[in-house]
Design a protein around this ligand. Structure first.
Ligand SMILES: Nc1nc2c(ncn2[C@@H]2O[C@H](COP(=O)(O)OP(=O)(O)OP(=O)(O)O)[C@@H](O)[C@H]2O)c(=O)[nH]1
Ligand SMILES: [Mg+2]
Length: 360
């Protein structure tokens, strides 16, 4: 399952975001370092296509895709020198797939802390860069020596990547928005650097800024450019909405002019940031959404269901979800020749409904 780690200053709204996504469970409180131990939770990925397929197949169970969220303690300036909770707890999110910055813009006299999201961004990135610099420096000399002794080409390339990382991080530049090449970034993979992961930024806006989301988020967007998906949300309202049952929630969000709310948008953006896509299986027993990486072949995608499906893959029967709804069902699709037979080179497309033929 794909995992996301939250980072932000104290009181930025990380635990509130966690509650908005998972429906509750984390302490959100107006004092710094309310979170000490991480909250780890799973969130279902809302997908109306899945609901419609389940209805079509009259499935007994419906299984959405899910993603995992890690809500950790707040980071402060000087965390690397032990300020606040220090930065040791960052180790808990070393192996997440992506980082979510929670940047505060809301003003509230009862909640201490800065309200300029750019200031939040600056402090976070300096602290993350220092943590990474520390990791890289610990490895560099060891690797350099080993590379020299063995004259190992692969290791020399890794050392060059580490050198470039030291340079960028030393200038306070996070790897993900430095000029390190994709190849070098890949070579740094085994070091699980925090700033070498895809980033999503949420600007936590106040209720009074709802009419003005674009101008509040614009400076962060300008700073991060193409390097990160940025969006604004009033996390507090989303967390309150998450506590309601679905009908009341829609009513509340609609009443505020928020449409479906920021949670589904956020999860879709998170998916996008990781290059994730969804395919479906559907039948009377179950309709289910599966996550795969963009560009996956049919056997690779089938491997998400079961490794046997990948190993023993013969072919896939495929139809796009909306076509399946149009023709009214799997048998009908077969009868009118809408079901495609795809081989092992087929690249699965977001929204495909598949049935795998395999033999092991
Ligand atoms: N007014 C307002 N308050 C908010 C908003 N989002 C969060 N808060 C409040 O701000 C306080 C801090 O929120 P948390 O979610 O606990 O913040 P955190 O980032 O988890 O903080 P730490 O765990 O201490 O690092 C809580 O009292 C929240 O209710 C918002 O959009 N508007
Ligand atoms: Mg918290």
């Amino acid at each position: 399952m794909e995992r996301f780690g939250f980072v932000g200053l104290p009181n930025a709204g990380k635990s509130s975001l966690y509650n908005a996504l998972t429906g509750g469970g984390a302490l959100a409180a107006p004092y710094a370092f309310a979170t000490t131990d991480p909250n780890v939770g799973v969130c279902k990925v809302p997908d109306s296509r899945l609901d419609r397929l389940a209805e079509l197949s009259q499935s007994k169970s419906v299984v959405p895709a899910s993603v995992q969220f890690y809500d950790i303690g707040g980071l402060v300036e000087g965390a690397s020198q032990g300020e606040g909770l220090g930065n040791m707890f960052l180790a808990g999110i070393r192996d997440v797939d992506a980082i979510v910055y929670v940047l505060r813009a809301f003003a509230d006299p009862d909640v201490p802390g800065p309200t300029d999201p750019l200031e939040h961004l600056r402090v976070l990135e300096v602290e993350l860069a220092i943590a990474d610099l520390d990791t890289v420096e610990k490895q560099l000399e060891k690797k350099r020596k080993a590379a020299r002794v063995d004259n190992d080409k692969a290791l020399l390339a890794e050392v060059a990547a580490l050198d470039a990382a030291v340079e960028a991080l030393g200038n306070g530049q996070p790897i993900y928005r430095s000029d390190l090449s994709t190849e070098r970034r890949a070579l740094l993979g085994p070091y699980f650097l925090l700033t070498n992961k895809p980033v999503l930024a949420i600007v936590n806006i106040g209720e009074d800024q709802l009419d003005d989301v674009d101008s509040v988020t614009a400076p962060v967007r300008a700073e991060l450019g193409e390097q990160a998906e940025v969006f604004g949300a009033c996390i507090q309202l989303e967390a309150e909405a998450a506590q309601l049952d679905p009908d009341e929630r829609s009513e509340m969000l609609d009443g505020l002019g928020l449409g479906e709310g920021a949670v589904p948008r956020f999860i879709r953006a998170a998916y996008h940031a990781l290059g994730l896509r969804t395919f479906f299986t559907t039948g009377e027993k179950e309709s289910r959404a599966w996550t795969f990486r963009a560009g996956s072949t049919a056997p690779e995608a089938a491997g998400r269901i079961h490794t046997d499906f990948e190993r023993g893959f013969i072919r896939a029967e495929v139809i796009h979800w909306d076509e399946l709804l149009d023709v009214g069902g799997w048998t009908a699709a077969k009868d009118v020749g809408k079901l495609r037979t795809e081989g092992k080179d087929y690249e699965v497309v977001d929204g495909d409904v598949v049935e795998i033929r395999f033999n092991v």
